[in-house]
Design a protein around this ligand. Structure first.
Ligand code: F6P
Length: 538
């Protein structure tokens, strides 16, 4: 990223957007917007590879888009995108290029193509060998953050492509309650552990890997070469751990952007090499769209601009994700890292404090489950929270009738959020509890929905390796877009370091040994908690 490019709030377009917000944005009403403009759906619907997006239920119109696109131009978004895709140092605080897109470029087409494809071929040959090895029934991926969330989400999403008789498990937490119950169910002779860590130093992963190796030896296991593999940029550290089957990748692949690299090994084992290549191809199709589509049709750019409009002008600090597909149950967790670790930043590239908000809080649950939990707040709470509905046309199960019910619910929720229900409509309804003596007019107030609550609906034809690849790449580029407009570095994560360092200093005071229970030098709250946890004080 070029630090000399103007930050969003240093542009004339930002001032123009502020004027537009005062005049038309703050009082925007979706129902009026639809009544005013018969062409609204057509104007705000977009087709990107594998993904259709209906943005018409958002607090925007073509005038808003015009101002936002002007902002993108004035922030020199196209030049900065091209620089990143061309291998410029887009992560300057770590002095690295940002080239996860090179991992999904066809052979001969992208940067570092020889290294990328040689490693990919080797990783996929190994994956297919494991997949067809009847002696291996359980694969355990040990990793955390980007070395866990993407593969865990994708393996679940693509479950219909997995083989019966082989199970892929994910262990991430340093909490022994994650690994221990799994080990109790495993047969060491039939298990493959993959130690997945970009750095091969992450405390959680190393602790779990050491515990798994100790368990394996205890079970009489001797053939570490057959039962352990590693995916890492730190090949030497994997060798020092005793692992000989290692697939590498490069420092220009960020952890949360790494499922396309060797970190995708558990996905490749689960779905096979041809399907893994389809996942990469779907992502590459979205990369080309991002690189080539005019900004006004460029879906990741439009979504990033919408994020800026919502966060910085409307003040919507949170975004709900509601995948109407049980296979996408881990998508919200994956997006939390992608978005909040990327854009949860408070200074710009020049180190200046930002006078505006950055990453939204991203959260969610699959529909329809979320409807029976948090949707109450979305419909009638005091905060406006934009929601993203992910609808899949064709299911990958054959149970009759259920998919129509699922889709009816997904459509109904976005409709209800937008249309609401007036007090008069509520008063006209007959409600059994009205007979219990509660004031009818007051009851109608409780049953009123304000409506005008924004949402985006995405439609995929089916959840396939290729559509999943395209959908995830869409989100990656969207996160880059808002980060670039805010002038931040979306590719570092210094905010995770302080806690790691403090945990390292506290550990001896919690472990058995001479320092256990010591509280000198600690703040009063931490000291009291430490005493309670070590038994020095009840
Ligand atoms: O939590 C910080 C982080 O560095 C993430 O960015 C990363 O995905 C995760 O830890 C795991 O790191 P590694 O793959 O090096 O073990």
């Amino acid at each position: 990223m070029n630090p000399t490019a103007p930050r969003c709030d240093d542009t004339a377009a930002w001032a123009a957007l502020a004027g537009h917000w005062q005049a038309h944005g703050r009082d925007f009403d979706l129902r009026e917007a639809f009544a005013r403009d018969a062409g609204r759906v057509a104007a705000l619907s977009f087709d990107a590879p594998e993904v259709f997006a209906d943005l018409s239920k958002n607090h925007i119109d073509t005038a808003t888009l015009h101002f936002l696109l002007e902002l993108a131009q004035q922030c020199r978004l196209p030049e900065r995108r091209d620089a990143m895709l061309g291998g410029a140092v887009a992560n300057p605080t770590e002095g690295r290029a940002v080239l996860h897109t090179a991992l999904r470029a066809p052979r001969g087409a992208g940067l570092f193509s020889d290294e990328v494809h040689t490693t990919l071929d080797a990783m996929l040959a190994y994956a297919d060998a494991v997949r067809t090895d009847e002696g291996i029934t359980d694969i355990v991926n040990i990793g955390i953050g980007g070395s866990d969330l993407g593969p865990a989400m994708a393996v679940r999403a693509l479950e219909s492509y997995t083989l019966a008789g082989q199970r892929v498990h994910f262990v991430s937490n340093v909490d022994g309650h994650d690994l221990a119950p799994l080990l109790a169910r495993l047969d060491a002779k039939r298990t493959l552990f993959i130690v997945a860590s970009k750095t091969f130093t992450t405390q959680e992963t190393m602790a779990n890997a050491e515990a798994a190796r100790a368990w394996f030896v205890q079970q009489g296991g001797t053939d570490v070469a057959r039962h352990f593999a590693a995916t890492t940029t730190h090949v030497k550290a994997a060798a020092a751990f005793g692992i000989t089957t290692t697939f590498g990748f490069w420092d220009w692949v960020g952890g949360r952007y790494s499922l396309w690299s060797a970190i995708g090994l558990p996905i490749a084992i689960a779905i096979g090499s041809a399907n893994f290549r389809a996942l990469l191809a779907g992502a590459h199709a979205m990369d080309r769209h991002f690189a080539q589509a005019p900004l006004a049709q460029n879906l990741p750019v439009l979504l990033g601009l919408l994020d800026v409009w919502y966060i910085n002008f409307h003040g919507y600090a949170s975004r709900g994700v509601a995948p109407y597909h049980q296979g996408l149950a881990r998508l919200p967790a994956y997006l939390q890292q992608l978005e909040m670790e990327s854009n949860g930043k408070r200074v710009d590239l020049a180190g200046r404090d930002l006078p505006f908000a950055t990453s939204p809080v991203v959260w969610g649950e699959p529909g329809t489950n979320g409807q029976h939990a948090y949707f109450q707040m979305l419909h009638q709470g005091t905060e406006v929270i934009p929601v993203e509905f992910i609808l899949v046309k064709t299911p990958s199960h054959a149970l009759p009738g259920q998919h129509a019910k699922l889709l009816a619910n997904g459509l109904a929720q976005s409709q209800a959020l937008m249309l609401g229900k007036s007090a008069a409509e509520a008063a006209a309804e007959s409600v059994p509890t009205a007979d219990a003596g509660f004031d009818r007019a007051v009851l109608a107030q409780h049953r009123t929905f304000p409506g005008n609550r924004p949402s985006t609906s995405f439609v995929l034809d089916a959840l396939t390796p290729s559509s999943l690849g395209a959908f995830l790449a869409l989100y990656e580029h969207r996160v880059w877009t808002s980060g670039a407009l805010w002038g931040i570095n979306s590719f570092d994560q210094w905010g995770v370091e302080l806690g790691k360092a403090l945990a390292g200093r506290l550990l001896p005071r919690l472990q058995d040994g001479p320092e256990r229970g010591r509280t000198d030098g600690l703040d009063a709250s931490t000291a009291a908690l430490l005493q309670r946890l070590t038994g020095a004080r009840a």
